[in-house]
Ligand binder design. Structure first.
Ligand code: NDP
Length: 470
């Protein structure tokens, strides 16, 4: 007899936790994994929840175990594996059955898969799930994309398993096709930037001020009780405070400084270029991870040029200045991220709900923070206004941009890299400059390419008096 409300393929880190979460919320679930031993071990270890979980060892058995019209979640690596699973499932499914890709798909792939569904394939939803292993188990943030009717069919399950912010589910429909995975990609881009900015002030404290990991942990713990309250500041404090089980010193001092990535930040940066949306803080963070990976080159660089001068001392910058700088950088980064989402809404004709995006990020996801609630309020008033122009955030930028300037300036003088924070500062300064230097760019473009330019005293296109080009 078909009993399960929903199915799930892929019992890896995320899939296993999501399946337990679904079962815990009272929804019988059938599961299948490529490696059968994993399915068996998962079921054996599911404790009380095992009664609501049907382990299956073939895709046919999985499909047979789910009530029609079926919904089957894929939690497998993004890319060809998703296409392979869709191809394997499609002949086994009936009209009205639905596949839900909950991995970190590139939204262009999700658009293509949604288009295939519209041509008669199985129904298809692409949902972004954030919160890591812990979020998947106890409440992730969920960003849905596809046909609204398909989302509505499974929304009760997705809302039940999602994180709650003061009782409101952090699971929201974002729009058609790849809209959910697009918003998830921007989330991940912001995540890269948040992490990089925190790492930059960590660098000032460690290399500039000579603070120990334990002292830095205390700083993060203090900041987590103020305007910077966020999951990423909280875990930065925990990482800095943790002891190395082997050597007994701070584990942070033993971790190799080469950052990994699965590509979602890079996708965001690439898409931002297509959309002509400036997300310079995120781009700097993606580049910083790439530079971190070039360890032998960095070592050769230090051997050739010598280490950066540093010698910042404790007098040059205060912890309070660093906190204010981080607040300022964070606002600028989010302003860029939301502006990119606005640009995508216009370019793809997606009704992306900006205030709801801020709301859905308030709990469950990696970038959850106290500031997102205020962002949701500001975006509710004016969804299309750059967040840095919203009064609540303009006031905060006014109060903190001098600190950001001082931090970036001191870091530059002392050779401490601050790529993301300085990108934020440059964005701030460009966005407050009514008369920019692009007049020279236009003059140059006209000189070599006869591209023409508008004059300040009239809107028509003109050419300059440059010799044969004039
Ligand atoms: P894991 O590597 O832990 O698990 C991958 C799962 O996919 C396993 O069940 C594996 O099966 C299965 N799988 C791998 N290759 C194939 C294949 N060729 N055919 C069929 N099944 C296959 O990955 P995660 O759980 O971490 O990630 C899953 C998805 O979730 C990814 O898209 C990831 O980007 C996304 N995600 C991950 C987050 C995280 O924090 N880890 C957060 C948010 C999203 P087997 O046991 O046989 O190897």
């Amino acid at each position: 007899m078909s009993q399960a409300e929903i199915g799930l393929i892929g019992l890896g880190t995320m899939g296993a936790m999501l399946a337990l979460n679904i079962a815990e919320k009272g929804f019988p679930i059938a599961v299948w994994n490529r490696t059968v031993a994993t399915t068996r071990a998962f079921h054996e270890n599911a404790g009380d929840l095992a009664a609501r979980i049907t382990p299956t060892e073939t895709l046919q058995a999985l499909v047979a175990a789910i009530k029609p019209p079926r919904a089957i979640i894929l939690m497998v690596p993004a890319g060809p594996v998703v296409d392979d699973e869709i191809a394997a499932l499609t002949p086994l499914l009936s009209p009205g059955d639905m596949i839900i890709d909950a991995g970190n798909a590139n939204f262009h792939d999700t658009d293509r898969r949604a288009a295939d569904a519209a041509k008669g394939g199985p129904r298809f939803l692409g949902i972004g799930v954030s919160g890591g292993e812990e979020g998947a188990r106890h409440g992730p943030s969920i960003m849905g994309g596809g046909e609204r009717a398909d989302w509505d069919r499974v929304a009760h399950i997705l809302e039940a398993i999602s994180a709650k912010y003061e009782g409101t589910p952090c699971a929201t429909y974002m729009g058609p096709g790849g809209a959910g995975h697009f918003v998830k990609a921007v989330h991940n881009g912001i995540e890269y930037a948040d992490m990089q900015m925190i790492a930059e002030v960590y660098g000032v404290m460690r290399d500039g001020m000579g603070l120990s990991a334990a002292e830095i942990a205390e700083v993060f713990q203090g900041w987590n009780a103020g305007p910077l309250q966020s999951y990423l500041i909280e875990i930065s404090g925990e990482v800095a405070a943790a002891t190395d089980p082997i050597g007994g010193g701070p584990i942070l001092d033993m971790i190799l400084d080469r950052a990994g990535q699965k590509g979602t930040g890079r996708w965001t940066a690439i898409e931002a270029q297509h959309l002509a949306a400036p997300i310079t803080v995120i781009e700097a963070a993606v580049a910083a991870r790439n530079i971190s990976a070039r360890l032998p080159e960095r070592q050769a660089g230090q051997a050739l040029f010598g280490a950066a001068p540093v010698g910042l001392g404790t007098g040059a910058l205060s912890i309070d200045t660093l906190e204010q700088a981080l607040i300022c950088g964070k606002i600028l980064c989010y302003a860029q991220g939301f502006a990119m989402i606005s640009a995508a809404a216009a370019a793809f004709d997606w009704p992306l709900p900006l205030p709801d995006i801020a709301r859905v990020w308030r709990e469950g996801c990696i970038i959850r923070s106290a500031m997102l609630n205020d962002m949701a309020t500001a975006l509710t008033d004016h969804p299309d206004r750059n967040l840095m122009l919203a009064p609540a955030f303009a006031d905060r930028l006014m109060a903190t941009h001098v600190a950001l300037r001082n931090a970036v300036a001191a870091a530059a003088v002392h050779g401490l890299p601050m790529p993301a924070l300085s990108a934020g500062l440059a964005y701030f300064d460009m966005m407050r400059t009514a008369r920019s230097t692009a007049n020279l760019i236009q003059g140059q473009r006209d000189f070599f390419g006869a591209h023409g330019f508008d004059r300040l005293d009239g809107a028509d296109s003109h050419h300059g008096p440059w010799g044969s080009h004039g």
